[in-house]
Design a protein around this ligand. Structure first.
Ligand SMILES: NC(=O)c1ccc[n+]([C@@H]2O[C@H](COP(=O)([O-])OP(=O)(O)OC[C@H]3O[C@@H](n4cnc5c(N)ncnc54)[C@H](OP(=O)(O)O)[C@@H]3O)[C@@H](O)[C@H]2O)c1
Length: 107
């Protein structure tokens, strides 16, 4: 499968390694695609990672996920499988969206 992962942090890299080992093709969507040359998969903008892949994984901080998804736009996610692993908390662990999945609020 073609999997686009939003974020390049610990969770994104851990999932990417496992899915690559299983034969899937990973692209990271980063705010700064030019600066992450050590990652073992292509980097694009978040919008291009959504546009170019069938399965999208949100691995960004919960406090930033909604803003990022709004920048990309709900229409870009249409027809795609979305796996949202972000925790809906601020850095001080306050809930940012009640008990709802983050991107489920928008899409
Ligand atoms: N479901 C689970 O079991 C589970 C377990 C652990 C963590 N989580 C959640 O998974 C998410 C990712 O965790 P992590 O440990 O991988 O976090 P992390 O290491 O901080 O990485 C988050 C990545 O998100 C991207 N990002 C986009 N917008 C951002 C912003 N405004 N500020 C900071 N980073 C931003 C960054 O990539 P770029 O700089 O390349 O854009 C960053 O590398 C979090 O929501 C965390 O709570 C879930």
């Amino acid at each position: 499968m073609l999997i686009g992962i939003l974020g390049t942090g610990n969770v994104a890299q851990t999932l990417a390694r496992s899915w690559q080992a299983a034969g899937h093709q990973i692209t990271f969507g980063s705010r700064d695609p030019a600066s992450k040359g050590t990652l073992d998969a292509p980097l694009t903008s978040p919008a291009d990672a959504v546009a170019g892949n069938d399965v999208i994984v949100n691995a960004t901080p919960g406090s930033a996920s909604l803003e990022l998804a709004e920048q990309i736009g709900a229409a870009a996610f249409a027809g795609k499988i979305l796996v949202d692993v972000a925790n809906a908390v601020t850095p001080s662990f306050e809930l940012v969206s009640g008990n709802s999945a983050l991107l489920g609020l928008m899409l």
